[in-house]
Design a protein around this ligand. Structure first.
Ligand SMILES: *Cc1c(COP(=O)(O)O)cnc(C)c1O
Length: 463
């Protein structure tokens, strides 16, 4: 196969890929929720260095399909583990175009209209949180990188070059990518404070104030507090208004991690529960979760775009021919990345093609489904649901069951291959969690999930 295939070769390969993807998506309703039996054996059979001479497309496409088939069904309606996303076909199509034409969106000068399409997305994200003119967003590879840029920006804005006396505040429920980001940004455990939570696992504002004051008395410089708009464990929403007030009066940067929950801001219920979020200095969002995109797209919005740029900008002589920052942003000056994919297209195209309303409705449906799942499981006396869901995670366990019984319950549920759930620990207590985000999950699958869980619970209790 030549590096530039002939038109007929391109058509042949492209059409077989398209046919496969259409069948794949049509088959998701009936696909097993988990199909990892023999997956490692397959991985071993596939282990090989690339050959000196190329092999036929059909042969290796078959291998790709085998590999894809031996995994969790991340894209299916039964995938309720971790934080699901779904994966929109129209985003994949946009990605095919973006990679096919290979346009660069990191600097606006050479391709203003290409950058504009991406900027339509980042502006919309800023508008979603009522951010003022002068705010700026970037698209990242995911929430982890967005959290990283947020911590670096907060560090730069609040501490300057000698920052090791800075202290930052999270709760025990904050996502691990935040402390990882802080560690990549040069901080250690000495700089970290874990704020206690209330009975509902929300950050306790009074405890936050006390920790900040104690650090100040010790001569340290409190600079950043991270609140969650939906924790990964149980979907907890930190008290945004109270935390924002504390941050504002103490001069701390408030970052909100909305990687899982942020897009519920599109719904009335989400907006109400996040009240206060618009005061945040920066917010992480994950289109590959809440906008149902395929993996690989996160976002960060920053109220003062100049702070984001100040923290990331480095001039370079070899870029001197290109236009400076102007009517459009040079994303490379706002993010750690220079060369990167044109990821704006895969967000812009679905948003414009389906319309924002389609996403709002789908997210609203997830809130309804969570209620439905909660109420269905709450009717089962064998189960215990320690907290009311605040977003779209329902965490439960066998009433009085030990960890061993609960792990058996989880594996029985997942043996159904119709739904796939995961577990977590909260204050050392084992919990099974179902997280409803995928646009493909509807009431029929939630009802089926309730039946599967109840039956599995009865079987585990019966031994
Ligand atoms: C998923 C998640 C992250 C990390 O985002 P990635 O896109 O996986 O890098 C951060 N915070 C929360 C709350 C998340 O759910």
């Amino acid at each position: 196969m030549p590096l530039d295939p002939s038109p007929s070769q391109m058509h042949e390969m492209g059409e077989s890929v398209l046919t496969y993807l259409v069948d794949f998506i049509r088959g998701l309703d009936d696909a097993p929720a988990e199909a990892t039996d023999g997956a490692l054996d397959l991985a071993r059979r596939l282990r090989a260095s690339p050959p000196e001479d190329g092999r036929p497309f059909a042969e290796l496409f078959a291998q790709v399909q085998d590999a894809v088939a031996r995994t969790f069904e991340y894209s299916g309606p039964g995938y309720l583990a971790y934080i699901p996303g779904g994966g929109l076909f129209t985003a994949a199509l946009a990605e095919f175009i973006a990679q096919g034409v290979n346009r660069y969106a990191g600097l606006w000068g050479p391709s203003p209209a290409v950058v504009q399409l991406e900027e339509n997305v980042t502006r919309w994200l800023c508008d979603l949180f009522d951010y003022p003119a002068g705010s700026q967003g970037i698209l990242t590879s995911g929430g982890s990188m967005a959290n990283f840029s947020a911590v670096v920006t907060a560090r730069h804005a609040k501490l300057g070059p000698d920052f090791l006396d800075g202290t930052y505040y999270v709760s025990a429920q904050t996502h691990g990518s935040v402390t990882k980001a802080a560690s990549l940004a040069g901080f250690s455990e000495r700089n970290l404070r874990i704020v206690p939570t209330d009975d509902e696992l929300r950050m306790d504002p009074a405890a936050l104030t006390e920790l900040i004051e104690a650090d100040r008395r010790a001569g340290l410089r409190p600079f950043l507090v991270v609140a969650s708009a939906g924790t990964t464990n149980t979907g907890v929403i930190d008290p945004m208004e109270a935390v924002a007030d504390i941050a504002a009066s103490g001069g701390l940067w408030l970052h909100v991690d909305g990687a899982y929950g942020g897009f519920f801001q599109l719904t009335d219920r989400g907006k109400e529960r996040f009240a206060g979020i618009t005061s945040a200095d920066s917010i992480t969002l994950d289109p590959h979760k809440g906008l149902f995109l395929p993996y690989g797209t996160g976002a960060l919005v920053v109220r003062e775009g100049s702070a984001l740029r100040d923290a990331h900008f480095e001039g370079a002589a070899y870029l001197q021919d290109l236009a400076p920052e102007g009517e459009l942003p040079n994303y490379a000056e706002y993010s750690p990345e220079l060369s990167r994919d044109w990821r704006g297209l895969r967000v812009w195209m679905p948003l414009v093609l389906h319309g924002v309303g389609a996403f709002r409705e789908a997210l609203d449906e997830k809130l309804d489904l969570t209620r439905r799942l909660h109420d269905g499981l709450a009717q089962e006396p064998l189960l215990e649901i320690p907290w009311e869901p605040q977003l779209t995670v329902v965490a439960f366990r066998l009433a009085g069951g030990d960890r061993d019984a609960n792990t058996r319950l989880l594996s029985r549920i997942n043996d159904s291959k119709r739904v796939f759930l995961s577990s977590t620990l909260v204050a050392d207590g084992y919990l099974i969690r179902a997280c409803i985000v995928s646009h493909r999950t509807h009431a029929d699958r939630i009802d089926e999930c309730i039946e599967i869980v109840r039956k599995a619970a009865a079987e585990v209790v019966a031994g």
